[in-house]
Design a protein around this ligand. Sequence first.
Ligand code: SAH
Length: 248
Amino acid sequence: MPEDALAANVWCATVLTLFPEMFPGPLGFSLAGKALEMGVWRLETVDIRAFARDKHRSVDAAPAGGGAGMVLRPDVLAAAIDDVRARETLLRPRRPLICLSPRGAPLRQKRVRALRSEPGVVLICGRFEGIDERLLQTRGVEEVSLGDFVLSGGEPAALALLDAVVRMLPGVTGNPGALEEESFEQGLLEYPHYTKPGEWEGMVTPPVLLSGNHAQIRAWRKARSEEITQRRRPDLWRRYVAGTEENE
Ligand code: SAH
């Protein structure tokens, strides 16, 4: 992690990957890209292969017990992680160490909010069949999943996680009020949006939204949010009705 970013208290992401060229990728555009350029957050990539020690610079090996594919070696990854940690000794608390993995806890907005309050995050992008279990245990790695599907590598998941956190950093999203109204923030999915033109393909904007009556608009939006959540996400709805937070 760059020392100056540490000193400046800038939210700093370090990504361990076999494909550093994939970063910042989409995060170099729009709000996240502008914020990156302005130094609101920092992004460091670490090429896992740089820590390979044998003459072939190999990072993976066949799975013990047989089976398809290859597994990322614990010794190579550990060397990469330990190097990152050695460069952040002054940082308290240490940044969470997260491996993107379909076996992890599904990423939810609550975790995103918590990560925003950390000094940053260290992400490990898996490839092949995954990572040697001993590495996950010895280095205290938290496993986080993007959802119940399988990607070919952790990089798109890392980009998605970073996008979700960075847009919540102070000064990144133009209108911070917009963040509070969004899906999941109140335990509900968001209400539907309408814009100009008022009539389009025979469909009109709901008149209440043009009424200028803010109390009525708020009530209409809340009712739509509840309706949509109940219909599309019975799991969220149950938690909402029970009064527990959606992301627990
Ligand atoms: N054999 C593994 C899948 C490996 S996919 C299994 O069955 O669980 C290769 C890599 O892609 C993983 O190590 C992980 O880093 C990443 N990946 C795949 N799906 C993901 C998901 N849903 N969320 C986050 N990362 C994922």
